[in-house]
Design a protein around this ligand. Structure first.
Ligand code: GLC
Length: 713
């Protein structure tokens, strides 16, 4: 008899329910949700009433609790220890949206691997990451946590992060289980308002929002976390057609569902359950395995079984999945390995990695008269704004324990990079406050400087969960500060600290240069200094469209053409009468300190049959005088299909480093699957016909180089 069969055969009903209960327990827990009913006790672990814990930090505390579960409970089943290790544990990488801007799957995997080592060393076995929610609406604060607006980027991010966290062998002490979250479509909450309902067509759900989660399942994610919201009235936590029929039965997911914080119990608030017994029954029937923080399973499963709402068989199936997950983590054989074995690499190596990631994430939106890079000699540099000297804005939302390590401020980074130049610093205004009495001093500092760097944008606490904003722009009196400093006539470089696009079109258009630094991580100031000084020329590209006006939202590159596509000068076309359709900057936009040129794409076959690959090549040249990286995108358009297709679909990208004057040929190979769309029945099919293949440095259609291929049956 297998271990799991043996355990299940011995477990009481309460012990079975206990394996499905995840609680924040003990002193030192991080709070990530509303107050929970009835604080659990250590004895709940001893009695087998809690099978998983979250948000407890500190290896001694975790090990103490694990020992109670293993050595003092009746069956000795180890605890599953979960935490939000989103973009770092002690050493923070840039926030996920910033990492997406690097377009570097190798980097995405490397930072996840580093975070896994740090967290596992402290006893964590499961992270509630990667967050894979595509987002097209910067009003939604959680855009910062995800891969941006594109499904292909979402798929690659999913695969990279699951591989990074889990490694090749999940039993290894340096590996932690991934949780693909928040399943699914959370980024499409109505009006960008947190936790609001979602209304999506089946097609949009399957074409845009599900692929990243499918990629996570294919990469072997141990867990999936359904989201809080409902889609068309069906709360995700009770959505059996998606959770079980699609993900388990069709995709073959064999891992566990961990609810979001209190989400099963919140089925009552959704109005689909009358009490906790019904909520528990709906969750268990849908396929939910672990109930995070709600009383539903703890208090509702026994009455649900007694009332015949669910069967013990269904309960046993969930218990088996949870035990199998613990077994896949090696917890039965080595329950104390995580938390006792040193696995994290040397600190400087970790800091170097996140410094490189922070630099790769920076996106240069504009650089008039090449005010950047700033040279090592010259007159004073002014650093003005509320975020030039703060560490909190470097590590952003969901920083884990990153606040316990001193993050490098922008001031420290610039000072270290330019020991020979005078740096004048003035805060001007605070990030959130209304006081403006510091603006005069800031203007005075600007007047003494040769160039002004302004560290402005969005306070870190304003993005992340429960942080939707109706006006995603500068906070407090920062706009007033920027205008006052610009009025001095000095060249102003905006260093935008943010977790989402900030809609500040007038100010951005007035600045000489704008570098989006996001929340760049524990080495943030050093990373920014490397970009500002030109040691690492900027190579980041926007993972989301940057709106010109809030009224455009949601604005995204991969929209469908409509029957009246926009055309200059035409009246009856899709348009606004008070603004252009295009965002201020398109998906993929990002400048360098050098220039690159891309030739017209060529294909190895203009006509191809199913299962014949198509290779696309294009000449790429560095036509400037600096070695730099750039990213080349390959987009596809299905010209005629059984349903209207997006005007562009990202199918590949490649990031390359070229020396000044260097030329190379970029190669992309497409399989027939890359030409597939979802047919009228939402099953993938490659429909014969013409396809445009375009290469470019962003989704700006006016700048793309295009060729055409034809699929024949
Ligand atoms: C929060 C978040 C989720 C997180 C969980 C545990 O409410 O929605 O992303 O993983 O609770 O902290």
């Amino acid at each position: 008899m297998s271990r799991i069969d043996d355990l299940v055969s011995k477990m009481t009903l309460d012990e079975k329910i206990g394996q499905l209960v995840m609680r924040a327990l003990g002193a030192g827990t991080i709070v990530t949700g509303p107050d929970a009913a009835a604080e659990p006790s250590v004895d709940d672990v001893r009695q087998g009433r809690v099978g998983s814990i979250l948000n407890l930090v500190g290896r001694d505390r975790i090990l103490a609790l694990q020992k109670i579960a293993v050595e003092e409970s009746r069956l000795g089943i180890p605890l599953l220890v979960g935490l939000d290790v989103i973009h770092g544990y002690l050493t923070d990488a840039p926030v996920p949206l910033a990492e997406a801007a690097a377009f570097r799957p190798d980097l995405w995997e490397a930072t996840a691997r580093m975070a896994a080592e740090e967290a596992a060393e402290d006893g964590v076995a499961l992270t509630f990451a990667p967050m894979l929610d595509l987002a097209r609406d910067p009003r939604w604060g959680r855009m910062v946590e995800g891969p941006g607006e594109d499904p292909y980027v979402g798929r690659l991010m999913a695969a990279a992060k699951v591989a990074g966290f889990q490694g090749a062998d999940l039993t290894r002490p340096e590996a932690i289980a991934a949780t693909a979250k928040h399943f699914v479509g959370y980024g499409a909450v109505n009006a960008g308002r947190e936790y609001a309902s979602v209304d999506l067509s089946e097609r949009t759900l399957h074409e845009f929002y599900l692929p990243a989660f499918k990629a996570a399942v294919e990469a072997g994610t141990l867990a999936i976390m359904p989201a809080f919201h409902d889609i068309a009235g069906r709360p995700m936590t009770g959505d059996k057609p998606l959770l079980t029929d699609l993900v388990r039965d069709t995709w073959g997911f064999e891992g566990i569902y961990v609810s979001d914080y209190d989400a099963i119990g919140e089925l009552v608030a959704h109005g689909v359950a009358a009490d906790m017994a019904e909520a528990a029954a709906i969750g268990l029937t849908a396929g939910m395995d672990i109930d995070m923080m709600s009383p539903a399973y703890r208090d509702g499963l026994r009455p649900a079984i007694e009332r015949g709402l669910v069967s013990v068989d269904l309960l046993d199936a969930a218990v088996r999945r949870v035990l199998a997950a613990k077994q896949r983590l090696g917890l039965f054989e080595a329950p104390y390995a995580r938390g006792t074995i040193v696995v994290a690499r040397p600190r400087e190596e970790r800091r170097a990695l996140v410094r490189a990631a922070g630099a790769a994430a920076c996106v240069l939106l504009k650089n008039e008269s090449e005010v950047l890079p700033i040279g090592p000699t010259g007159g004073p540099i002014a650093l003005i704004g509320p975020f030039g000297t703060t560490t909190r804005e470097m590590i952003g939302a969901w920083y884990g324990l990153g606040d316990r390590e001193e993050a490098v401020t922008i001031k420290a980074g610039i000072e270290a990079a330019f020991p020979g130049r005078t740096l004048l610093v003035a805060e001007g205004v605070s990030g959130l406050g209304g006081a403006t009495d510091g603006i005069a001093a800031a203007v005075a500092v600007a007047n003494e400087a040769e160039v002004v760097l302004m560290a402005v944008g969005e306070a870190a606490e304003l993005s992340g969960e429960a942080a939707s904003r109706t006006q995603p722009g500068f906070t407090g009196k920062q706009a007033e500060l920027v205008r006052a400093v610009m009025a001095t006539g000095k060249p102003v470089v905006l260093l935008l600290v943010c977790g989402r696009p900030l809609i500040e079109t007038e100010i951005i258009e007035a600045a000489a240069a704008v570098l989006v630094i996001w929340h760049p991580g524990s080495e943030g100031g050093a990373a920014v200094a490397e970009v500002v000084t030109g040691r690492r020329p900027p190579s980041g590209k926007l993972p989301v469209s940057w709106p010109r006006h809030l009224g455009q939202v949601p604005v995204f590159y991969n929209e469908r053409p409509t029957g009246r596509p926009y055309a200059d000068g035409e009246f009856f076309v899709t348009k606004y009468i008070d603004a252009p359709n295009d965002p201020l900057y398109p998906f993929g936009h990002g400048l360098s300190y050098t220039t690159f040129e891309l030739g017209v794409p060529e294909v190895d076959r203009a006509v191809f049959k199913p299962d014949q690959p198509v290779t696309v090549t294009a000449r790429l040249a560095n036509t400037g005088d600096l070695t730099a990286d750039t990213t080349v995108f390959l987009f596809l358009r299905d010209c005629v299909a059984s349903t209207a297709r997006p005007i562009l679909e990202l199918k590949r990208f490649a990031t390359l480093t070229l020396e000044p004057g260097e030329e190379t040929v970029v190669h992309f190979t497409l399989a027939t699957a890359d030409f597939e769309c979802l047919g009228p029945d939402l099953t993938p099919c490659a429909e014969p016909g013409d396809f445009e293949l375009s290469v470019g440095f962003s989704a700006d259609r006016k700048a793309l180089q295009t060729t055409k291929v034809t699929l024949v049956s």
